[in-house]
Design a protein around this ligand. Structure first.
Ligand code: F6R
Length: 608
């Protein structure tokens, strides 16, 4: 999604803005721009396409010098990717210049109103309305004007604003879209995400909804919309800076795949104490659990796929009924939710707009919300009743890998915690699960240690244009993730089906040479999967199977095979997903795709 960076201080703003925007490239974008205050004017340079285009323009244009500036990478929503629609946007007479993440929902109404008042618009964007509104209502007091326009706009926004009448201040505001203020020495920053400024400062303020920051070179004042000063707590970011670097890997995705043993270890080990899952951060008591009549899981994309695994695991081990929904569907389906429902929200970024809206809807209806989140202090974490943080570290690749794996391990711990409390599991079963949980990081390490066979298979099939994934039970949940991983980074058309459902229509797509990835790790349904493999083979499919290392009998039925170590069935997805991630990665690499920044995609989808 779009990225924002801003600077005020004693150094030239442009190189700092470009450096920050480069760090935000991973979020996905289609155009970029900067605006810098210089000689009583705010000069804007922007361009469609990669940052390189912007850098080339800036090299020719020496007017973009100065020590106050804002920059933006745009992911188009309103208006096609073009030079004109790129941010920053200026008001008609150049009094205000704005960068914006989010969507102004009532922009058409406001635009018509302003046109009626004689304003001329140059772009098709919702953002330009903000710059024009600021100029329209400007009465010489910038803070008052900002507060005034906030009462006029609806939607989600993180905004960086420069006014040509005040070269000493950078203005920042947020609602439902993340924005931080970076605190330096005689210089300060704004950014939509930490990597943009972490090489400049580790001290930040996280802005909350409807907070307005007035940022000067030597200080920051934060106000609410009643013009009262807010006291902010300084947060120190203790990320390892190499987390945001490729560290010798060709892509962040491969680096993050290889970081999974560590990420899972970091998530599990602080919560495994003397053979017991200890979730100190959870306020959910035994009484709270006993009064639940269902758990509803909401999430998007890969986080939703973790939820599908969680449904199987919770129902099997904890025996509480589970519903699962895609957040964008849940929020508009009038769900039956009350105080007897626990809503489990799963999100890496903690900022996904639909997931956040589903959370708010659930709370409105009286449910308790427990979230599994990676980004500390994110909106979803802040608004949940309970938060379980995954410790995946920053995930840069748009396609998630290590966050998915840490979410899975958090789910297992939650399952064991609830089952133990409700007595739905014997002491012996509990201990077996704990022993496996302790071994999980080492087994993950083992599974990813040899990538040669996966590379060899990828090099045989990378030119295919249709690949199907099938599985049953948790293998079906995995099929969804394997298929998504492949299509999002390689652009190969791929579908995932519950294997038993194939005969009800989709099997008509299978023909000579169609590649079917058959997931057969779930022991209880292994024989059923063998039958499904035979069915697709009989129709000409080439089959790539994924199973546990004890199931060598599959070899006679399949063309290619990936083995994973054996573990209890609940935790199998943590191992089985690894060859699928690597398969997608090597296929996309063969196809020369932009793996870390696939076309049209964005990390952290902060708009609906
Ligand atoms: C796919 C992927 C997305 C995210 C989804 C939810 O590889 O990364 O499908 O899983 O956009 O994002 P979060 O977890 O940040 O809510």
């Amino acid at each position: 999604m779009c990225g924002i960076v801003g600077y005020i201080g004693g150094n030239q703003a442009t190189p700092i803005l470009l450096n920050g925007l480069e760090k935000l490239e991973y979020r996905g974008y289609d155009s970029a721009g900067v605006a810098v205050y210089h000689n009583n004017a705010v000069n804007v340079v922007k361009s469609k396409g990669r940052l390189k285009n912007l850098c080339d323009l800036l090299e020719q244009d020496q007017s973009v010098t100065g020590t106050l500036g804002i920059g933006h990478t745009r992911w188009a929503t309103h208006g096609e990717p073009s030079d004109i629609n790129s941010h920053p946007h200026s008001s008609e007479h150049g009094t205000f210049v704005v960068v914006h993440n989010g969507i102004i929902e009532n922009y058409l109404y406001l635009r018509d109103y302003l046109i009626g008042e004689g304003k001329h618009f140059t772009s098709e964007t919702d953002t330009e309305v903000i710059a024009q509104l600021l100029e329209y209502y400007y009465n010489g007091n910038i803070l008052d004007t900002i507060i005034k326009i906030l009462s006029k706009i609806t939607g989600a926004y993180a905004l960086g604003i420069i006014c040509k009448d005040n070269p000493d201040t950078l203005y920042a505001i947020r609602k439902d879209s993340p924005l931080i203020v970076g605190l330096g020495k005689n210089e300060n920053f704004i950014a939509s995400d930490i990597p943009a400024i972490i090489d400049k400062t580790r001290n930040i303020y996280r802005l909350n909804d409807n907070e307005i920051a007035l940022i000067k070179r030597d200080g920051v004042a934060v106000y609410n919309t009643a013009k009262e000063i807010i006291t902010k707590n300084k947060v120190y970011i203790d990320w390892d800076i190499t987390a945001a670097e490729k560290d010798g890997y060709k892509h962040f995705m491969l680096k993050e795949i290889m970081e999974q043993p560590k990420a899972v270890h970091n998530t599990i080990s602080p919560r495994l104490i003397n053979g017991q899952v200890v979730l100190d951060e959870l306020k959910l008591s035994e009484q709270d659990l006993k009064k639940l009549n269902k758990i509803v899981i909401v999430a998007c994309g890969s986080a939703y796929h973790v939820g599908v695994v969680a449904k199987y695991a919770i129902e099997k081990v904890v025996r509480i009924p589970v519903e699962i929904d895609i957040a964008s569907e849940f929020r508009y389906r009038d769900p039956i939710i009350d105080e007897h429902v626990l809503v489990l929200v799963i999100s890496q970024s903690g900022e996904t707009a639909d997931t956040l809206a589903a959370l708010r809807e659930s709370k409105k209806l009286g449910a308790r919300v427990l979230s599994i989140v990676n980004v500390v202090g994110s909106s979803i974490a802040n608004e949940s009743d309970d938060v379980l943080y995954t410790w995946a570290g920053p995930e840069i690749s748009v396609a998630t890998t290590k966050a998915y794996s840490t979410q899975l391990s958090m789910v297992y711990m939650l399952v064991l915690y609830m089952a133990d409390m409700l007595g739905t599991i014997s002491k012996q079963e509990y201990q077996t699960y704990i022993t496996d949980l302790e071994k999980l990081p080492v087994l993950i390490e083992k599974t990813i240690s040899d990538t040669k066979s996966i590379q060899a298979v990828a090099s045989k099939y990378f030119q295919y244009e249709n690949i199907f994934f099938i599985g049953r039970n948790i293998d079906y949940a995995l099929s969804l993730e394997g298929s998504l991983k492949l299509k999002e980074i390689s652009y190969i058309h791929s579908e995932a089906y519950a294997a038993g459902e194939l005969k009800h229509g989709s099997i008509s797509l299978i023909e000579d040479g169609t590649l079917v990835v058959a997931l057969a790790t779930y022991e209880a349904l292994f024989d059923k999967m063998m039958s499904n493999i035979k069915e697709v083979k009989a129709r000409g499919a080439t089959v790539l199977s994924l199973t546990t290392e004890d199931k060598i009998m599959i070899e006679s039925e399949t063309d290619e095979i990936f083995y994973i170590p054996k573990i209890n069935s609940m935790m199998l997805p943590s191992l089985a997903v690894l060859p699928l991630q690597l398969f997608a990665y090597y296929i996309a690499n063969h196809r020369d795709c932009d793996i870390d920044k696939p076309r049209n995609l964005a990390k952290s989808v902060t708009v609906e």
